[in-house]
Design a protein around this ligand. Structure first.
Ligand code: PAF
Length: 292
């Protein structure tokens, strides 16, 4: 594709508009991969998917302070814009949009924010008050700045994906939301920018998140239909793992955050746990009919 040449970092909305002017004029398909920076293989897979499906790929790198409820988490968030921009470009980004805090929020904290509604209050929202309001506000801004046809979000942040789908529906934002499969390391640990904070023994413990999800999914495939029993299995595997402390284990109807009374349809298994001062989340789809 042709914007202003590859390896282009737009630091302002004006720069981005210039970079995308031809693409917009020629009605090329613009794909957006929003990120907080600290890019890893999960992001690169999302960028490759966007590149395969779009004419122009914009990767945004913006450490959105509004979605951090814990200032320490924000202060130590890893990532370097120059390194991230070149790796995003290598993965297939045509334009990197890396606005400053002032560019995104010229008056400091914005007066008008986006309320994610009840879906923003539960699970991650209950553990991290204000988190999804920050996400919804930044994502809405990115959608109106970049004006993508499709925006790509990782399935790893399942609740975020559900909320963003609701957001575009309720606010009639003309963006298709595409989900990208979770990328895992050899132990099954889902890629996350925060994994760099885990030492060797913590990494070994963290692998139990995926083990817990897989064991629970297998139980469902073998015929277990009681979500309470599945949540117990999830919690039990975490309790047996060294260093891990469970925050929640939950079963919801696939594509929603709704509880199920009986597992008679596809469900999403959701887990959050702490290991030292690092919080990890993961999830897995389980289909009751899958084992035949
Ligand atoms: O998932 C993320 O990296 C962030 O929540 C997002 C979507 C870039 C919004 O700041």
């Amino acid at each position: 594709m042709s914007v202003e040449g590859r390896d282009f970092i737009a630091k302002s909305i004006g720069d981005l508009d210039s970079a995308l002017s031809r693409a917009r004029r020629d009605r090329l398909r613009i794909g957006l991969v929003p990120t907080l920076g600290a890019l890893h293989d999960g992001h690169f897979a999302n960028i490759r998917k966007a590149a395969a499906e779009s004419d122009v790929v914009v990767v945004s790198i913006f450490l959105n302070r509004l979605q951090f409820d814990d200032p320490k988490d924000l202060a130590r968030y890893p990532g370097d814009v120059t390194t991230d921009a070149s790796s995003a470009t290598r993965a297939g980004a045509d334009v990197v949009f890396a606005p400053s805090d002032l560019e995104m929020y010229p008056n400091g904290a914005p007066e008008v924010v986006v309320d994610p509604g009840p879906k923003g209050q539960v699970l991650e929202g209950a553990s991290r008050p204000g988190h999804f309001r920050g996400v919804a506000t930044a994502v809405t801004k990115l959608f109106s700045i970049v004006r993508p046809h499709t925006a790509y979000f990782g399935e790893k942040d399942y609740q975020q994906l559900v909320i963003v789908r609701q957001l575009v529906k309720d606010l009639s934002i003309p963006v298709t939301v595409a989900s990208c499969p979770t990328v895992r390391d050899g132990t099954g640990l889902a890629m996350s920018s925060r994994n760099v904070f885990l030492g060797a023994s913590e990494l070994a413990g963290a692998a139990s998140l995926y083990r817990s999800l897989c064991e629970s999914r297998d139980e469902i495939e073998r015929g277990e239909r009681d979500p309470g029993k599945i949540m117990k299995t999830m919690a039990h595997v975490i309790a047996e793992a060294p260093l891990l402390e469970l925050e929640y284990a939950h079963v919801v109807r696939e594509g929603t955050l709704d509880d199920v009374e009986e597992i008679d349809t596809d469900v999403r298994l959701l887990l959050a746990a702490r290991i030292g001062d690092v919080r990890l989340i993961d999830n897995l789809l389980a289909c009751p009919g899958a084992a035949g």
